[in-house]
Design a binder for this molecule. Structure first.
Ligand code: PHE
Length: 341
């Protein structure tokens, strides 16, 4: 038996693992429940009593030696693993930078416009993209069969009753008047749909922001001042505006708003087609018929409304010449707006 013990001791001393996993294998083989040490213990039970003392000491020594050796090996391998990891990871190397996504230019401009009007006390209202005839046309003073309905080429989903994709976010203004009594001060951003041929200057989907302000004694001068403030905030302090008479069924009087061309400063250039002015939105005093249709007393209240295409504002602001770029999501185009964050 002494020979067996010595033989095992020698193996423990000579054990040289080639991988960390081998240490654990070796431990199970020697010290495990069914391991060689336990087998020796079994045999030990059967030896003559006079040999027990001597053999018992030898077995104990073997046990201690084996555990110590295994623990030492384990530590050695752990340190080695940590060493190789840190030598692979050169902490002084510059990091690989992850490219962060950026906001879409339409979102950037939308947020800017919302921010400017929120400073004037407007809150944001939203509404459904699939609408009925009442909210898009009838409540806005478009009589049935009125040719003004053709101004906006509508995508119909169902006929009688008409269900359609909203052609402007004025529908949200109607929904706001249903819910809320004056004073009302909302801006309504959203996606709108018109059946137009897609080109560099028109798309069947685009984004609008419309605004509505109703209170006692709201005047055309209030509208003009608010829109001038807006234009200066978006296009710069030197910006001027002018209004040209126009027509919308839901406003009377109505106007188109132009801003002075921010490229040539009003002198005339290809972008403003030599006029020095760029058209940016429609506006007007809310037609009394619209107030009546929405249960607001036109004798007591007046208001103004305005509406603009976000793509158009973004094109003018960033000098983008083709509207389709906003919808193609080509990252080379979108990356140019990273800085704008
Ligand atoms: N709803 C109009 C459009 O889509 C814009 C507008 C809104 C004009 C409010 C006047 C007042 O073209």
């Amino acid at each position: 038996m002494t020979d067996k013990i010595n033989e095992l001791l020698r193996r423990v001393e000579e054990f040289k693992p080639k991988a960390a996993a081998e240490i654990e294998e070796f431990r199970i083989k020697i010290l495990g429940k069914k391991g060689e040490l336990n087998a020796l213990m079994e045999e030990f039970k059967t030896v003559a009593p006079e040999l027990k003392r001597e053999l018992g000491q030898q077995i104990n020594r073997l046990k201690n030696e084996a555990s110590a050796r295994i623990n030492a090996l384990r530590e050695e391998w752990q340190n080695a693993a940590a060493d190789t990891a840190s030598s692979d990871d050169d902490l002084t190397r510059p990091g690989t930078s992850e490219h962060l996504g950026s906001r879409h230019p339409i979102s950037l401009v939308r947020n800017q416009i919302v921010e400017v009007f929120s400073r004037l006390g407007y809150t944001v209202a939203e509404g459904p993209e699939i609408e009925d005839d009442w909210h898009v046309f009838s409540a806005l003073n478009f009589p049935p069969e009125h040719p003004a309905r053709d101004m906006q080429d509508t995508f119909f989903i169902e006929k009688d009753p008409d269900i359609l994709l909203r052609t402007h976010t004025s529908s949200i203004q109607v929904r706001t008047m249903e819910r809320q009594k004056p004073p009302i001060r909302v801006i309504c951003p959203g996606r709108v749909f018109r059946n137009e041929a897609i080109s560099y200057r028109a798309h069947c989907i685009f984004h609008q922001i419309e605004g509505l302000y109703i209170d006692e004694g709201v005047s055309f001068a209030d509208m003009k001042q608010s829109l001038l403030y807006f234009a200066k905030e978006i296009f710069g302090e030197q910006t001027a505006i002018r209004m040209r008479p126009s027509y919308f069924p839901f406003t009377e009087p109505s106007a188109e708003v132009d801003v002075s061309c921010n490229l040539c400063g009003g002198k005339g250039c290809p972008v403003c087609k030599g006029t020095g002015w760029l058209e940016i939105m429609g506006c007007g005093m809310v037609d009394p018929n619209v107030l009546k249709a929405n249960d607001i007393d036109p004798e007591k209240y007046s208001g103004f409304a305005f509406g603009m295409g976000i793509e158009r504002i973004a094109m003018l602001k960033y000098g983008v010449k083709d509207l389709r770029l906003y919808f193609e999501n080509d990252v080379r185009f979108l990356h140019q707006f990273d800085e704008a964050l």
